[in-house]
Design a protein around this ligand. Structure first.
Ligand code: SF4
Ligand code: SF4
Ligand code: FES
Length: 286
């Protein structure tokens, strides 16, 4: 079920996208306009429930008259603007971003990363094996979720979801500077000793799989994670009276993870520990 929130009508802004006159509701980003027009733009740090952070720059486009390339995920479409999404300069910039990210982090569980690397002819291997920014074991310090920072692109989405944008728990932040920057709990404490309330809202927004359910992490390690074979059923959480929507991801008759629809006006993709992780009783056959 998708609820459509009512809003006052918005003025349409005319501008030119890849040579075609187009109009989008005022306040739309260039990315919104591209998606409406069916133009594919790669994104990593953009999140449909979060304020853009402009961290990855993989979505850049050329705006006529502008000195620098603009991030499509945050730059709003303006009247009279001319935007080009597939110039040589744009393609070169996306290629370099993908090379830098893929050479320094593990993008093996980032949806569409391999496709984009091929499309933009990125060659992450040219920086050599020493380019990996982090080389550490996944942090498995609780039963619910795993943090594998070899896969972290430092997009800040988990920090924003845990902090002022959704959860207001502030259990994690970016620690260190430059090459030492990393997402961390206070004093790098285990999650169980931190302020974390295990809502899993950071997992929901992580674009690379650096944060994942223990179930998913274990199944990937065992080679049994089969996303195409999974069904998704959205229902109502029965734990309390708020009535959040939960989407159950089921593989071979077992719930393997729980998400929430991002367009739901109550949850915006967020849940509490019970809705997110309290599914074991459903499949307890004893
Ligand atoms: S599980 Fe919730 S409280 Fe814990 S770090 Fe993630 S967003 Fe913050
Ligand atoms: S753990 Fe995920 S969401 Fe957090 S900064 Fe890294 S890639 Fe982004
Ligand atoms: S997706 Fe636009 S800057 Fe990252």
């Amino acid at each position: 079920m998708t609820a459509v929130p009512l809003q006052p009508p918005r003025r349409l802004v005319p501008f030119t996208l890849d040579g075609t006159e187009t109009r989008v509701p005022e306040g739309s980003t260039i990315l919104d306009a591209c998606r409406s027009a069916g133009t594919d733009i790669p994104t990593l740090c953009q999140g449909d429930t979060l304020t853009p952070k402009n961290a990855c720059r993989v979505c850049v486009v050329e705006v006529e008259g502008a000195r620098t390339l603009a991030p499509a995920c945050s730059r709003r479409a303006e009247e009279g603007m001319t935007v080009l999404t597939d110039t040589e300069r744009v393609r070169h910039s996306r290629k370099v971003v993908l090379e830098l990210l893929a050479s320094s982090t593990d993008l093996s569980t980032t949806p569409r990363a391999a496709e984009w690397i091929k499309e933009y002819e990125a060659k992450p291997g040219r920086f050599g094996a020493d380019a990996a920014r982090v080389d550490e074991q996944p942090k498995i310090d609780n039963d619910l979720y795993v943090r594998d920072y070899d896969k972290c692109i430092l997009c800040y989405k988990c920090v924003d979801a845990c902090g002022e944008q959704w959860q207001n728990t502030f259990a994690i932040a970016v620690a260190g500077r430059g090459f030492d920057a990393r997402v961390s709990t206070e004093h790098d404490a285990p999650l169980t000793d931190s302020a974390c309330v295990f809502c899993g809202n950071c997992i929901e927004v992580c674009p690379t799989g650096a944060l994942s359910f223990s179930t998913e992490f274990g199944m990937r390690a065992a080679g049994t994670w089969d996303e195409p074979a999974q069904t998704r059923t959205t229902t109502v959480c029965a734990y309390c009276g708020v009535g959040c929507n939960v989407t159950l991801h089921v593989q071979e008759n077992e719930i393997v993870k729980v998400t929430s629809p991002h367009d739901n006006p109550v949850t915006h993709g967020n849940l509490c520990i019970k809705g997110r992780f309290g599914f074991q009783h459903v499949q307890n056959r004893d």
